[in-house]
Design a protein. Structure first.
Ligand SMILES: NC(=O)c1ccc[n+]([C@@H]2O[C@H](COP(=O)([O-])OP(=O)(O)OC[C@H]3O[C@@H](n4cnc5c(N)ncnc54)[C@H](O)[C@@H]3O)[C@@H](O)[C@H]2O)c1
Length: 435
C-alpha cells in the first residue's frame, strides 16, 4: 500500500514514511512462497521495480520486451515523484503491460520490502547501490528472481551480504542477474573469449580506464531535509554510491577482472583526490583515482578513473601478454588483438541491456536461472578495495577489503535524521574510515 495518498501534502508524505526503520537491523519476514521455476509461456511473469530512476525505468522497459508474457505489477521508490514519472514513461512505451495499481505503488525507505512481499515473480533492483545488499537479501529470502544493477555494494560488509544472498539463490534455484552489462555485449564476449583462450599469451598487465566528465547534481530545495538532499544527490556520498570508482568506473574493473578469469588480486595500492570538483554540492567523494592491483608474479591491473570536465576521456581496457596485445575501447567501439594472432571483431553488435533481460527471462522460463553472484561481488569488491587504498594511502589486501568491518551509512534511516556530510579523506592524515 502506498504510504502517500496523492492528495496528501509532500511534507505529510515525508513524515509518514520517514519513521520507517529499515537499516541492517530490519527483520526480514520469512515468506513461505515457492520460486517461479520454469513457467510455461502462457504463464505471466509479474515484475516489480525497486528504484524508479533512469536505470530502473530502462530495466523495466527491457524486462517487458524480453518475454511476450511479462507484466510490470509493482513499483517502489523513496520518492513519489520518481515513481510517477517512471510509470508514465513506461506506460507510454508498453500500454497495458504496465498494471501498477495504487495499492502496488510503494513509497519510502520500507517500500522495497512491501514490494517484495507483494505477489511478484521477478524483482529489479536499481536504487543507489548502498541499499543493494539489503534489498537483494530480502528478495532472495522471499525466493524472487532478481536483476541487480551494478555495483552491488559499497563496503566489505555489504559484499559479504551479497555473497551470502547469491549463494542462497543458488540453493533456491532462483536467478540473480547482474547489471555488469558488458558481460552481455557480444563484441566484448568475443574479445574476452579470445583473451581467455590465450590469444595474447600469458597476461602481464591489464590497463583500464574510466575517464569522463562530471555528472548531474540537483539543487537543494528548501523543503528537503538533509537526508532527502543526500538521497537525491546520492552520487556524491560514499555510503550511497561508494564513490565514483565504485559507482561508475567499476565497469572497467569488471572487464579487467574478466580478462584475468576473475581471479583474486593479492592487494591494491593507489592514490586519488578531490582536485577540481570541490564544491559542497559534490558531497565528499573524490574526482580521480589511480590504483594498481597486484595479482602476484609481476602481473598487474592498472586502473585510472576521473570525473573532470575538459580533460581527455577514455573508457577502455588494454590487455598485454607475452604473445600479443588486446584493445577493448568502449568509446570507439574497437575490439582488436595484435601480435602472434591478429583479430578484430567484425560481427554484429547488440543492445547489451536488452540481452541481459532476454537471457534472464529465458533462464527463468527454462528452469536454469542465471546466477552472476560470483563476478558481481568480486568486481564490486575490487572497486571498494581501490577506494580503500586511495583513501588511506595504504596497501590494502584482498582479505582486508573483503573482511572489512567498515559499514558505511546509518544503521536506520529516517527523513529528518541528522546525517552530516563526512570529511573528505586525506591519505595519511584523515583516511575517511567510517561514514
Ligand atoms: N549498468 C549501467 O550501465 C548503469 C547505468 C546507469 C546506472 N546504473 C546503476 O543503476 C543504479 C541506479 O542509477 P540511476 O542512474 O538509475 O539513478 P537514479 O537516481 O536515476 O535512480 C535511483 C532511484 O532510486 C530511488 N531510491 C533511492 N533510494 C531508495 C530506496 N532506499 N528505496 C527505493 N528507492 C530508492 C531514487 O529516488 C531514484 O528514483 C545505480 O547503482 C547505478 O550505478 C547502471
Amino acid at each position: 500500500m502506498n504510504n502517500s495518498p496523492q492528495n496528501e501534502s509532500r511534507r505529510r508524505f515525508i513524515k509518514n514514511t520517514g519513521s520507517a526503520v529499515v537499516g541492517g537491523s530490519l527483520a526480514i519476514p520469512m515468506i513461505n512462497t515457492m520460486p517461479t521455476f520454469a513457467k510455461g509461456n502462457a504463464d505471466t511473469l509479474k515484475v516489480g521495480l525497486i528504484g524508479c530512476g533512469g536505470r530502473g525505468t530502462g530495466a523495466a522497459n527491457q524486462a517487458m520486451k524480453a518475454d511476450p508474457n511479462v507484466k510490470l505489477v509493482a513499483m517502489a521508490d523513496a520518492f513519489e515523484d520518481r515513481l510517477q514519472s517512471s510509470m508514465e514513461n513506461l506506460k507510454k512505451g508498453h500500454g497495458d503491460k504496465v498494471q501498477v495499481d495504487p495499492e502496488h505503488q510503494f513509497i519510502g525507505f520500507d517500500a522495497f520490502q512491501k514490494l517484495i512481499d507483494s505477489d511478484v515473480d521477478v524483482v529489479l533492483l536499481a536504487t543507489p547501490p548502498g541499499f543493494r545488499p539489503q534489498h537483494l537479501t530480502a528478495a532472495v529470502e522471499a525466493k524472487k528472481h532478481v536483476f541487480a544493477e551494478k555495483p552491488v555494494a559499497v563496503d566489505g560488509p555489504g559484499i559479504r551480504q551479497v555473497m551470502a544472498a547469491a549463494k542462497k539463490a543458488k540453493e533456491n534455484n532462483t536467478a540473480v542477474m547482474s547489471g555488469f552489462c558488458w558481460r552481455y555485449h557480444e563484441p566484448k564476449r568475443a574479445a574476452f573469449g579470445k583473451i581467455l583462450d590465450g590469444a595474447v599469451g600469458n597476461i602481464g598487465t591489464v590497463y583500464n580506464t574510466y575517464n569522463t566528465g562530471t555528472l548531474w547534481s540537483k539543487e537543494r530545495q528548501p523543503e528537503w531535509t538533509e537526508m532527502e538532499y543526500q538521497l537525491r544527490n546520492w552520487l556524491y556520498y560514499k555510503w550511497l554510491s561508494g564513490d565514483h570508482i565504485t559507482e561508475q568506473a567499476v565497469h572497467s574493473l569488471d572487464m579487467m577482472s574478466w580478462a584475468l578469469s576473475d581471479k583474486q588480486p593479492m592487494s591494491a595500492m593507489g592514490t586519488g583526490g578531490r582536485q577540481v570538483r570541490t564544491d559542497d554540492k559534490y558531497g565528499h567523494i573524490y574526482d580521480h583515482f589511480a590504483i594498481v592491483y597486484d595479482y602476484g608474479d609481476g602481473q598487474k591491473g592498472i586502473h585510472m578513473s576521473r570525473q573532470q570536465f575538459n580533460c581527455a576521456n577514455s573508457y577502455s581496457v588494454e590487455v598485454s601478454g607475452d604473445q600479443g596485445h588486446a584493445t577493448v575501447d568502449c568509446i570507439k567501439g574497437v575490439h582488436e588483438i595484435k601480435g602472434n594472432e591478429k583479430w578484430r571483431y567484425r560481427g554484429e553488435s547488440n543492445d547489451m541491456y536488452q540481452t541481459e533481460h532476454d537471457e534472464l527471462f529465458a533462464s527463468i522460463r527454462n528452469g536454469s536461472p542465471v546466477n552472476d553472484g560470483d563476478f558481481m561481488a568480486q568486481s564490486t569488491l575490487l572497486a571498494i578495495m581501490g577506494r580503500m587504498a586511495a583513501y588511506t594511502g595504504q596497501i590494502v589486501t584482498y582479505d582486508e577489503a573483503l573482511n572489512s568491518q567498515e559499514k558505511l551509512g546509518p544503521e536506520n534511516y529516517s527523513w529528518d535524521m541528522e546525517y552530516p556530510v563526512a570529511a573528505v579523506p586525506m591519505p595519511g592524515i584523515q583516511d575517511g574510515v567510517g561514514r
